[in-house]
Design a protein around this ligand. Structure first.
Ligand SMILES: [Zn+2]
Ligand SMILES: [Zn+2]
Length: 272
């Protein structure tokens, strides 16, 4: 099923125009993104945190704020990428979930911990529709991807939203991230390879078992997706328990015939 509303890049700076807002569905969004791209080209790049002009080359963060970001670093789980914050100095080792083989993806990584400014930017991006934060979040994804260095994927696939939530939100945050990352690492994106069948309640406040029940059978593979024998990089904004990414990987492998599925998210929320 094709998404009707494009998940294209851009900022929300031009979104306040009532003319653009009044345009029907996809035309309004396309025009908004086109205007945003022009505005972005005309403005100097400012830091996504302190808002000072002058960022790292090709990055949306100034050097001082980039240093402050809680980038995920070893020691971590080589399976799901979970960092071991209290075990500094120890070597990488599998976490309990990976020892019990709870995940269907081959391995996963997240760029930063789900806290501080990045957490705020993710919330503003996802729930506030502030699409101008797309580049700063994709910078984090790209940096983590390069540091991780998995075998080059054939395709990038975003975790899908149910069409009802997509229509309400206006964009799929994972689709936007996937599209921009694909452009940067020169990998084709299949935005509609996965379809969300069930409109599940938000996962935010659910425990692991409840999340698992919530997403079980929630996804299916699109009839047009040709991923048999392919290596897939799955993209989402936040890794919490990994149940959504795991369920998507299961469908890509079992129903789509994908040979390998890797998962990458901007942030990683750790249990208390
Ligand atoms: Zn800064
Ligand atoms: Zn793990």
């Amino acid at each position: 099923m094709a998404e009707k509303i494009p998940d294209g890049p851009g900022s929300d700076r031009s979104g306040k125009s009532s003319l653009i807002r009044s345009l029907p569905g996809s035309i309004g969004w396309r025009l908004k993104f086109a205007c945003s791209a022009i505005v972005d080209l005309c403005l100097p790049r400012i830091c996504a945190d302190c808002r000072k002009i002058g960022t790292l080359p090709e990055k949306s963060w100034c050097p001082a704020c980039w240093e402050k970001i809680p980038h995920i670093a070893p020691p971590l789980c080589p399976g799901c990428g979970r960092p071991f914050r209290d075990a500094l100095g120890s070597s990488d080792h599998l976490c309990g979930d990976c020892i019990e083989r709870r995940f269907h993806f081959d391995s996963a990584r997240s760029a930063v911990l789900h806290e501080g400014t990045v957490r705020t930017r993710v919330h503003e991006f996802k729930f506030g529709g502030q699409l101008r934060w797309t580049p700063c979040l994709v910078d984090l994804l790209e940096t983590a991807y390069v540091a991780w260095g998995p075998d080059a994927p054939d395709f990038i696939v975003p975790v899908p939203l149910h069409t009802r939530r997509l229509a309400r939100r206006g964009f799929n945050q994972a689709g936007l991230l996937a599209r921009e990352l694909g452009r940067k690492i020169k990998t084709p994106v299949l935005p509609c390879a996965l379809v969300r069948k069930n409109s599940t309640p938000p996962q935010t406040r659910l425990k692991r078992d409840e999340r698992l029940k919530n997403v079980k059978g929630a996804f299916e593979i699109s009839r047009d997706a040709k991923v048999r024998g392919c290596r897939i990089l799955l993209i989402d904004d936040v890794f919490t328990t990994g149940t959504t990414l795991s369920e998507c990987a299961k469908v890509l492998k079992r129903k789509g015939g994908a040979s390998e599925v890797y998962a990458l998210t901007v942030t990683r929320a750790l249990p208390d």
